[in-house]
Design a protein. Structure first.
Length: 682
């Protein structure tokens, strides 16, 4: 199966509503700066600022006393300037805090300002539209991400990134009410989740409406699919019927159904080949017999199976022409005799000195990472720690159908460079089974598809949890709000659960490849998906949790006297209504960036020096200038979070939007680049 055909939906830049807590915690540098790489004498930083939600207010005049904002203690005195331009102070209000950072992580506030809309308890959040009023101008009560949103004639509605429809991803700003609803000051569509929250999955048709053009509710793979007159139905590989295997694309609805934009017939789960819905087959094999005709039209024999080739058969010959002994991938419809009427044949190819073959796993070693001798299709396959194992369609297990690449040995074995699980071929003839993917797991920092072991993951879907819950302490719970997540059968720690999003920690030692993710609620399987795991997958958290723009982190200054202070990298621009880079003034002093991310600690530790983590295999460039990496590794005191300390070279040209590019190398020496972030340096 080609890369483009993967059944893994993912969201490019969806906001992490639950990670407000984590991002606010970045301010607590006293507990993070434990790497002994940059000295920390816990001096106060009078220029410190951060954003967060008020959870505790003192019952005093002027609210003088200790507040709690985003989990931090904020000390307010009579000299603290308090501005309530965007709403009154209250528990739940979103505020900007400026002041002096103390050695215990608290802040002596010099200024506090409410942000993001008016009313009591101002808030901003992102979610999918689940219900809309039918009134003109959409005035009335909406349901967005499980919350009631009240829209009035004064609410600013922005549809620049798409129309307001059920399933659309939107940003909501407004005032939180006592009942948890939002009086919206602004609602705008947001294309950062991949555009109108489109989803796709594959499954078998279980029931069909008896209507013209099949308009109505279908049941596919246990899920209701709503088909309208505008739904595109493609039947190139057969005829739509109960038992046919289809790919469905569309928009998730609040009730868990999918409003279909396209349905394409893929293959049938039936074993026969009669009727208008022939069984669709895809298999790999070696050409054993070919007809001596132009275009090889006629009957072939491929690994003992009869394959009928016609002038309409599409022939992919990028890796050479068909010949005896060549490996091919065959797609087509089974006829009554069991032969395959091919509509596509692809000749497979390998590099010089390399070999590939297909077969079932017959035996596996009981070792970590399955390192050792495998038995595949009667052949010995030698697997090492550098072998890439791709588990896109099923876990590694005896009986799984695999594609093996590697170097042949004199004893007939193969030293494997890559092994790919191929959708678990059925026991009766190589037809593919499928794993639907209604839940997509991506990096919580950058929203990239690939993640690495011991990193933070965000999973998106519908009806994932019955409630919203946040973990309150370490170690992380493996059950939260009745929800648990298993990666290849291993329970994971949970940061946050909600109906549309789960944040979890990928287990230490998770093997490279595509792993199966299973979500359970109250002990029962709710849904499943896949996650792409790489050996190294560097990604950086950003200040606005978008995966773009200003990084989540701080600037560290070392003065000529040896005094150390911390400064923010982000500031809120009221005119632009967003976070922008805060200018780092060098003033002839040594300056460092302290950035936070995930998927970095798994880079190779080739120098054996634990003090600098894996810095020897992490590179940084600031404004195109190579920058020394002093430390790269796990951030102390936080699950799944990584930290990078970078010195800003004096040769970096000043600017207000300077790119910071991070790369990390794996054990084979290959580099992977993190999402680019920007800083301002003077």
């Amino acid at each position: 199966m080609k890369q483009a055909e993967r059944n893994t939906a993912w969201f490019t830049h969806s906001r992490l509503t639950a990670f407000v807590m984590l991002l606010a915690a970045l301010a607590a540098v006293g507990s993070w700066q434990g790497n002994r790489v940059l000295a920390d004498n816990n001096n106060n930083n009078d220029g410190y600022e951060f954003y967060g939600t008020i959870s505790v207010l003192p019952n005093t005049n002027g609210f003088i006393g200790n507040w709690t904002v985003a989990g931090k203690t904020v000390r307010v005195t009579s000299s603290t300037k308090v501005e309530q331009k965007y709403g009154a102070l209250a528990v739940g209000a979103y505020v900007k805090v400026e002041g002096a950072l103390q050695s215990d992580g608290s802040v002596n506030a010099s200024e506090i300002e409410t942000k993001s809309g008016g009313g009591s308890g101002s808030t901003k959040y992102y979610g999918n539209i689940e219900a809309l009023p039918s009134a003109a101008g959409l005035i009335g009560n909406w349901t967005v991400g499980g919350k009631t949103v009240r829209v009035t004639a004064t609410t600013y509605l922005n549809q620049e990134d798409g129309p307001f429809v059920i399933g659309a991803h939107v940003e909501v700003e407004g005032a939180t009410q006592a009942d948890g609803s939002i009086n919206a000051s602004k609602v705008e569509t947001d294309d950062s989740s991949g555009g109108n929250s489109n989803s796709e999955f594959k499954g078998t048709i279980e029931s069909l409406p008896s209507t013209t053009n099949r308009v109505g509710d279908w049941k596919v793979g246990g899920r209701i699919v709503r088909v309208t007159a505008t739904t595109e139905i493609k039947q190139e590989k057969g005829t739509i019927a109960v038992g046919a295997y289809v790919e469905v694309k569309g928009t998730p609805q609040a009730d868990g159904s999918l409003l279909a934009s396209k349905i394409e017939l893929e293959e049938s789960t039936s074993s026969g080949g009669s009727g208008s819905n022939p069984s669709y087959a895809k298999f790999y094999g070696v050409i054993e017999a070919l007809p001596n005709t132009a275009g090889f039209i006629g009957q072939w024999t491929v690994s003992g199976r009869k394959v009928n080739v016609s002038a309409a058969t599409r022939m992919e010959q990028e890796h050479g022409v068909p010949a005896l002994g060549k490996t091919v991938e065959v797609e087509g419809a089974l006829d009554a005799s069991g032969a395959v009427n091919a509509h596509e044949i692809e000749v497979k190819g390998v590099s010089a000195g390399q070999s590939e073959f297909y077969g079932r796993i017959e035996a596996l070693p009981a070792t970590t990472g399955w390192v050792g001798a495998w038995r595949v299709g009667g052949r010995t396959v030698n697997v090492t720690v550098t072998t890439l194992i791709k588990r896109e369609y099923a876990p590694v297990a005896v009986g799984a159908f695999v594609e093996v690449h590697g170097t042949p040995q004199s004893d007939g074995s193969l030293n494997a460079t890559r092994i790919e699980i191929k959708q678990g071929a059925s026991a009766s003839g190589g037809n593919y089974l499928s794993l639907t993917s209604p839940m997509a797991s991506v990096s919580a920092a950058s929203y990239a598809r690939e993640t690495a072991a011991a990193s933070i993951v965000a999973a998106f879907g519908v009806n994932l949890a019955a409630t919203t819950a946040v973990a309150s302490a370490l170690p992380l719970p493996t059950t939260l709000g009745g929800v648990s997540v298993l990666v290849d059968g291993v329970p994971t720690g949970l940061f946050f659960v909600s109906p549309s999003q789960i944040n979890y920690a990928l287990p230490n030692g998770a093997q490279a490849g595509a792993a199966a993710v299973v979500l359970m609620r109250n002990g029962a399987v709710v849904t499943q998906g896949l996650i792409d795991i790489a050996e190294v997958a560097p990604s950086l958290f950003t200040a606005d949790a978008s995966g773009r723009g200003v990084p989540a982190g701080l600037a560290l200054r070392i003065k000529s006297s040896g005094q150390v202070s911390y400064e923010p990298l982000a500031r809120f621009d009221a005119a632009m209504n967003k976070l922008v880079p805060a200018t780092v003034q060098r003033n002839g002093e040594r300056m460092f960036l302290v950035l936070y991310g995930a998927g970095i600690r798994t880079a190779a530790n080739s120098d054996g020096n634990a003090a600098n983590g894996v810095a020897e295999n992490v590179t940084a460039a600031i404004g195109g200038v190579n920058a020394p990496v002093l430390f790269a590794g796990a951030a102390p005191g936080f699950e799944g979070l990584d930290q990078i300390n970078i010195e800003i070279p004096v040769t970096v040209v000043a600017g207000q939007s300077i790119n910071v590019v991070i790369q990390a190398r794996n054990r084979a020496g290959s580099s992977t680049t993190a999402n680019t972030v920007i800083v301002a340096i003077q």
